[in-house]
Design a protein around this ligand. Structure first.
Ligand SMILES: [Zn+2]
Length: 335
């Protein structure tokens, strides 16, 4: 298969990954494997650790590592400080440590990414999540789900502290009133998401301080207090439904819209299933419609053999069976 991408200059970001042809959502862009793993949290990794791991790479992989952005400038020279900057700008992290991908990491960051890294038994794969027109740049998000609930200013504070650059992605550099609307949507996404987790929105004021250094392990979710009042099933249905539509309007991956529609459908089904088992045809139709849309969206952005697609189809079947059973019970009650 001819490569779908090439590394080309990206204004203000050194190089970026450019689409060589139109890429449809759900299409595989490239396969990669992790290189240069360091078994320590990013806060504990020093230049000497990166240097030692770098020296263990093959000559070819060392050259590929040096092609990655260091967040400041591109140069052929390198010293331990630049190796560390490259590592800090590009690393992925999980509970076991940090690592680099030599190809995937050539993808620049966007707070509104059009591609995602999926990890499977076959290795790591980069998939398109939205339509990527030929000649445009392919982006992933270097930050987790929390970024979808932060305003541009707050995201930039984190990127400056953690990755050493000011994000100028399409979502961050959009002019007003678009930016204001996006900030409001993301703030609402945060409010609904925390409430659904049973949490109050945490104090995010550190991110509003222009000179604050945000610690690498900054985790506002861990500091959020528990809500006193539990959400009802009707509230959960509404919150998940609104969350799905906000993510959609914000241009997030259709995967999230699907995930939240599925939750909304499930909570609406719980309400229908509450005694006295009178199934209102319109509510049942909403449950079916939302599941149908969720399933279609998941199919559009995830490979057919993936766990996400299998689980979504299974849930559709379960919900259909539950609705049929309730309709029977409801009918029996009326007879
Ligand atoms: Zn951004």
């Amino acid at each position: 298969m001819a490569p779908l991408w090439d590394s080309r200059p990206s204004p203000g970001k050194g190089n970026g990954m450019m689409a060589l042809e139109d890429i449809e959502p759900g299409n595989l862009i490239l396969e990669d494997k992790e290189a240069l793993r360091i078994y320590a949290p990013s806060t504990h990794i020093a230049a000497a650790d990166v240097r030692a791991a770098f020296d263990r790479l093959s000559a070819e992989d060392r050259a590929r590592f040096l092609l990655l952005s260091d967040g400041q400038k591109t140069s052929d020279d390198y010293d331990n400080a630049r190796l560390l900057r490259i590592f800090e700008t590009n690393n992925f992290e999980d509970q076991y440590g940090c690592w680099i991908y030599l190809l995937i990491c050539r993808c620049n960051h966007s707070c509104q990414p059009n591609a995602v890294v999926l990890i499977s038994e076959q290795g790591e794969q980069l998939y398109a999540e939205t339509f990527i027109p030929k000649g445009s740049e392919i982006y992933i998000s270097y930050k987790g789900a929390i970024f979808r609930s932060l305003t541009a200013r707050r995201r930039q504070a984190m990127m400056r502290s953690h990755k050493g650059f000011t994000c100028s992605c399409p979502a961050c550099s959009m002019p007003n009133p678009g930016l204001m609307v996006s900030d409001m949507r993301r703030t609402l996404i945060g409010g609904l998401w925390y409430a659904l987790q049973g949490l109050e929105v945490p104090d995010l004021s550190l991110l509003d301080d222009p000179i604050a250094v945000i610690p690498n392990d900054y985790d506002p979710i861990a500091t959020a207090r528990h809500r006193q009042v539990r959400l009802s099933e009707a509230e959960r249905t509404a919150y998940y439904y609104v969350l799905a539509r906000l993510e959609q309007a914000e241009g997030s991956s259709p995967y999230w819209t699907a995930a939240y529609l599925r939750e909304a459908a499930t909570y609406l089904l719980y309400q229908i299933a509450d005694p006295p088992h009178v199934v209102l045809p319109r509510s049942a139709q909403y449950v079916r419609d939302w599941m149908k849309e969720a399933s279609m969206l998941t199919d559009s952005v995830r490979p057919p053999h993936s766990q996400e697609v299998k689980s979504m189809h299974q849930q559709c079947n379960n919900i259909e069976a539950a609705l049929a059973k309730l309709a029977d019970e409801s009918q029996a009650g009326l007879d």
